[in-house]
Design a protein around this ligand. Structure first.
Ligand SMILES: Cc1cc2nc3c(=O)[nH]c(=O)nc-3n(C[C@H](O)[C@H](O)[C@H](O)COP(=O)(O)O)c2cc1C
Length: 223
């Protein structure tokens, strides 16, 4: 696959086939991705890769925990602004409502929206989940490094015909995640990532949010 197509064709897939993905493929994707740059080459990323019964146990633990206490959120870090403002509020709403209207979920249909939200904790049906952490005493720069590594994972996966969905959703329930994954307290959960073969019949996968035009966020100087 041409690199430009690999980047531009990546999208967040929210419906996967249950077809398994071998450990060899996942290991190769992780190895290739570890060639991401990092300041002073400190390589701050850590990965917990789950499949099979381990994956099922994790999904069951978090889903059942959430069904019991849907509002019990304990985010380990603030992914989003605490106070939303424009233009981010509008972009966020457009994306959220864009996905829900693709799925036929109207405003106020909270049960349906909650059910869709819960699919996060089944990895949208994907057979493999990757959970990224780093030591919690590292600084902001390491978050940047981890982001580059995680983007590599998403692009590299496409070379194997696989698609992904990065998931901050797990961060809000890291205590439930820690009941199954052996993540020490000294590590912070950055995000999860579903990885597998796309279910081309899944309606959610027809949703493709747009982007700002280049000249709206770039100033070309001296060209
Ligand atoms: C770090 C990160 C966390 C995300 N968390 C979630 C998530 O928990 N659930 C979800 O459905 N999508 C999640 N997304 C996907 C975004 O909604 C998606 O990237 C955005 O709408 C742009 O769409 P695209 O990835 O299809 O281009 C996340 C994306 C990123 C980068």
């Amino acid at each position: 696959m041409n690199i430009n197509d690999a980047i531009k064709g990546r999208r967040s897939v929210r419906g996967f086939l249950s077809d398994p993905v071998s450990k060899e493929i996942i290991e190769k994707i992780i190895e290739d991705s570890s060639w991401a740059p990092s300041g002073s080459n400190i390589q701050p990323w850590k990965v917990y890769a789950v499949s099979g019964l381990y994956r099922d146990r994790l999904c069951d633990e978090v889903t059942s925990g959430l069904e019991k206490n849907p509002n019990d959120e304990t985010p380990q870090y603030q992914y989003y602004p605490v106070k939303w403002r424009e233009p981010y509020l509008t972009r966020r709403r457009e994306t959220g409502w864009g996905l829900y209207s693709t799925l036929g979920i109207s405003k106020g249909e909270r049960d349906k929206a909650f059910k869709q939200q819960l699919k996060n904790y089944d990895l949208f049906g994907a057979p493999v989940g990757l959970f990224f952490t780093m030591d919690n005493d590292l600084e902001l720069g390491s978050w940047l490094d981890c982001g580059m590594f995680i983007q590599n994972i998403m692009i590299s996966s496409r070379g194997f015909g696989l698609e992904t969905c990065p998931q901050a959703a797990w961060v809000y329930h890291h205590e439930l995640v820690r009941k199954v994954l052996p993540i020490p307290e000294s590590e912070i959960l950055i995000c999860g990532l579903a990885i597998g073969y796309e279910d081309k019949n899944e309606v959610a996968n027809t949703f493709r949010p747009g982007r700002q035009k280049v000249n709206e966020f770039t100033r070309f100087l001296g060209f």
